[in-house]
Design a binder for this molecule. Structure first.
Ligand code: 5AD
Ligand code: SF4
Length: 436
């Protein structure tokens, strides 16, 4: 048994949270001890994100803090995992002298070895990307709970011109359908009630025999009381077969995260998004016809190079046409190594911020209106536990991923499905009372 105690902090997307569970699985298999207390640890790992500059700045600030810990507790090993490991490699070790190991997303099997290297006084560096690594045989370490993230594929081949992911996570590759189904069986036996299938672009999932629709269908029949969610979909690859599969299985959630990024065809082309707004809106229409009541969320970037006021208005226009239930909204952040990095970042910070504000304001208004229209309806909620604000209230989510808060009731336990009548709503939350 190793004396080392390992503490991991996770930043960024859900894929990183799933990867942290994978890393914990790898470490547990080798009898490493994990801790939730940074003060108990002699190995501190940060699983990092490079998607925008502010994500990286956060890590640099954290590293400065860890420098203090390292000074006070001699022999503490500090390591960087994830996308920043890939992007900055040796620089992290050379510039930030406190980093002892740097391990990219495809080298996690070797973490124990790199930890040993670091304790031996050398630097542990593993940043090779792989065309085949899917960690298919590794069971991630998960605490008991309701929702489990399952990464079903890794990498991305889309090369949107703003995005660093194809460089930090490498080429697309999928796990086998069987291993994913087996993982869901085990989660079902442990009492999980929701699984979210993850990939940068899940619609291009393929294990040579099965596509993503096949995988979703297979996931849905493992346990009908488990809700199946998935993210992220790319508008170019979302097939009718997939839409029919969602419609056919009641436990596949009627919720699609479908990033649009911009409402202007000229900008979409510069972004290499490979679809037009007409195609996108058509897809939304088809989805709404095939899956009645389906809800959508999206990602939007403001201030991509050369974006004019007119382009920006087109983005607002698409938002009004689609009426998303929710959106993740960002200012464009140039990333070295991407194609867009070679374009001039010509939209000023003020203009980016103003456009982002317009986008956030509009989305807020739309979410509020959509949620108001839910008042009086009855929804089936998966009860997740006490609400954030008060122990007298329970919170859960609808099939369409909306948070619902309702008074606690002795008869209701975490993991139960309950019918709730909605009687009040804000832009972010629905409130209601339990119906029998
Ligand atoms: N700048 C701003 N937002 C970005 N995203 C990806 N790269 C960038 C970037 N360079 C956003 C996209 C993507 C989401 C995960 O992050 O909207 O869909
Ligand atoms: Fe990045 Fe585009 Fe791939 Fe998404 S689809 S990870 S935005 S390159």
């Amino acid at each position: 048994m190793s004396k080392n105690k390992i503490y991991i902090e996770t930043y960024g997307c859900q894929m990183n949270f799933a990867d942290t569970e994978l890393v914990m699985g790898i470490l547990k298999n080798q009898n490493y001890e994990l801790t939730k207390e940074i003060d108990d640890a002699n190995v501190i790992l940060l699983n990092t994100c490079s998607i925008r500059d502010n994500a990286e700045q956060k890590i640099y600030a954290r590293l400065e803090h860890l420098r203090g810990i390292k000074r006070r507790r001699n022999g503490t090993v500090v390591g960087i995992l994830g996308c920043m490991a890939e992007r900055l490699r040796k620089n992290l070790i050379e510039e930030k002298k406190i980093v002892d190991l740097v391990v990219g997303p495809d080298e996690y099997r070797r973490i124990p070895e790199f930890i040993d290297t670091a304790f031996a006084g050398e630097k542990g560096i593993g940043v090779k990307l792989s065309r085949t690594e899917t960690y298919d045989d590794i069971i991630p370490y998960r605490e008991d709970g309701l929702n489990a993230w399952i990464s079903v594929m890794r990498g991305c081949d889309k090369f949107c011109t703003f995005c660093v992911v194809p460089f930090t996570r490498g080429r697309e590759r999928s796990r086998s359908l069987n291993s994913i189904v087996n993982e869901i069986k085990q989660l079902s036996e442990r009492g999980f009630r929701e699984v979210t299938l993850l990939g940068q672009n899940v619609n291009s999932y393929s294990d040579n025999e099965n596509d993503f629709a096949d995988l979703l269908a297979a996931a849905a029949v493992v346990d009908r009381s488990i809700r199946v969610r998935f993210t992220t979909s790319h508008p170019q690859d979302l097939s009718d077969k997939l839409l029919y599969t969602i419609a056919e299985h009641p436990n596949i959630c009627n919720y699609i995260h479908l990033p649009v990024q911009s409402g202007s065809n000229r900008i979409l082309d510069l972004m290499n998004r490979t679809y037009t707004i007409e195609h996108y809106l058509n897809l939304i229409e088809r989805a709404r016809t095939i899956i009645p009541g389906v809800s959508f969320s999206t990602d939007i970037i403001s201030g991509f190079p050369t974006e004019t006021e007119e382009d920006h208005l087109m983005t607002l226009d698409v938002m009004k046409k689609v009426r998303y239930d929710g959106a993740y909204m960002f200012k464009y952040s140039p990333r070295e190594g991407t194609k867009a990095f070679e374009m001039k970042d010509d939209i000023t910070e003020e203009v980016k911020a103003k456009r982002l504000n317009d986008i956030i304001y509009l989305q807020h208004q739309i979410s509020f209106e959509i949620n108001q229209s839910q008042i009086g309806t009855e929804e089936i909620i998966l009860a997740e536990g006490n609400s954030k604000k008060s122990d007298d209230f329970f919170a859960g989510r609808t099939d369409t991923n909306k948070i619902v808060v309702f008074p606690r009731d002795e008869r209701i336990n975490t993991g139960d499905y309950v019918k709730v009548k909605i009687n009040r709503a804000t832009s972010g939350t629905l409130f209601g009372e339990v119906r029998k």
